[in-house]
Design a protein around this ligand. Structure first.
Ligand code: PLP
Length: 381
């Protein structure tokens, strides 16, 4: 050990090498058919995705951002409405709400899981609240029993932002199967990534599935008759063909990520760096809620001197990332919401302390050891 090794944050080339022939055959079949948008390849892929997510329907769309947008559109959300969500997420979550002229109403996170704190939701519900939009951040489900209870009691639909959480489970229930809508992304860095943009909405509700299908094609049904204003949220057949191939390997890749997470825990503990299990170390490892299936889209640690550690690791050629450095209530484009620093202290604290380490399935023992050793040398300095 101690030999510097370059580690990327994600190694999609290594993954592609294992499925190259299969993907190319699937892509060729689509090209030969010249049925390039929606069609049978997309429907077939949707049936497999719905089965995987334990839902009655999966409606593929143009991106994860559009999955959120079209779901909120299907709820008829617009100006004057409010949607409760977390400020500690990727921009698209609240961006979808704001694009429809509705107001994102933020609720702080639980520090252990980084997910929305259900205990703080109810106080923010008003007569204008039209949806609750929890995010299953980093691949672990939010506290869906507590959120579902509130939603049911107050008659408000839940839209799950499951963009980072395909296959993740909460007490045996799959991400995307617990709310009225489950929104997913096939952005290449997600656990199930396309060769470009893509996404989907899952639902158990037949009427919801129908309206999503219509909104996806400009609200058109039948052809050239538009009862609602939708958008072009269509999914490409090429992407569907690739997703259908990759879906077969998803559980294997997820197991690889989970094994890597377990290895990190062993290495951090052995190095005396872990703050878990009575350890006196400086590194807070990801908390797995008992009963959850965490799919580790990201392996996110919490550390002191985060920015310095990030710079040090980059010098060591170890890629890492901060998800996310600026909570959404502090984003310039949301200044009109009138939030101030200190309003969502747990989100602000997380934004200053968290760091995502490489967790992709192909990460080797040697690479993982080198990462932990580098973190140890940083904190010894
Ligand atoms: C990736 C992501 C999205 C957006 O998905 P795109 O496919 O990139 O549009 C939305 N929400 C969260 C939490 C995400 O991580």
């Amino acid at each position: 050990m101690s030999q510097p090794i370059t580690v990327p944050l994600l190694d999609l080339k290594a993954q592609y090498a294992t499925i190259r022939e299969e993907v190319r055959a699937a892509v060729d079949a689509v090209l030969d058919s010249q049925q390039c948008i929606l069609g049978p390849v997309v429907s077939d892929c949707e049936a497999k995705l719905a089965q995987y997510c334990h839902t009655a329907h999966a409606i593929t769309v143009s991106s994860g951002s559009d999955a959120l947008l079209v779901s909120l559109m299907a709820e008829g959300i617009g100006p004057g409405d409010e949607v409760i969500t977390t400020p500690y997420t990727f921009f698209a979550t609240a961006g979808a709400v704001a694009r429809l002229g509705a107001k994102p109403v933020f609720v702080d996170i639980e520090p252990k899981t980084f997910n929305i704190n259900p205990a703080a939701i109810e106080a923010r519900i008003t007569s204008k609240t039209k949806a609750i939009l929890p995010v299953h951040l980093y691949g672990q489900c939010a506290d869906m029993d507590a959120i579902g209870d509130i939603a049911k009691r107050r008659g408000i639909p839940v839209v799950e932002d499951a963009a980072q959480a395909i296959g993740s489970e909460y007490k045996g229930r799959r991400a995307g199967s617990m709310g009225r809508y489950g929104c997913f992304s096939f952005f290449p860095s997600k656990n199930l990534g396309a060769a470009g943009d893509g996404g989907m909405v899952t639902t158990d509700d037949n009427a919801v599935a129908d309206s999503l299908q219509v909104l996806r094609v400009h609200g058109m049904k039948p052809k050239y008759y538009h009862s609602h204003i939708g958008g072009n949220f269509r999914f490409d057949s090429l992407q569907a063909a690739i997703i259908a191939v990759k879906l077969k390997y998803l559980d294997r890749w997820t197991a690889g990520r989970q094994a890597n997470a377990a290895r990190y825990r062993r290495l951090f503990e052995a190095a005396g760096l872990s703050a878990q299990n009575g350890g006196q170390g400086v590194v807070q490892l990801p908390y797995e809620v008992p009963g959850n299936r965490h799919i580790y889209n990201q392996f996110v640690i919490r550390v002191p001197r985060r920015d310095a550690l990030q710079a040090y690791l980059r010098e060591q050629k170890i890629a890492n990332e901060v998800y996310y450095p600026v909570p959404l209530h502090m984003q310039q484009c949301f200044a009109y919401l009138g939030h101030r620093e200190g309003e969502f202290p747990e989100s602000e604290k997380a934004a200053k302390e968290t760091l995502a380490l490489p967790i992709y399935a192909e990460l080797s023992d040697q690479q993982a050891e080198w990462i932990v050793e580098s973190i140890r040398s940083f904190f010894k300095k």
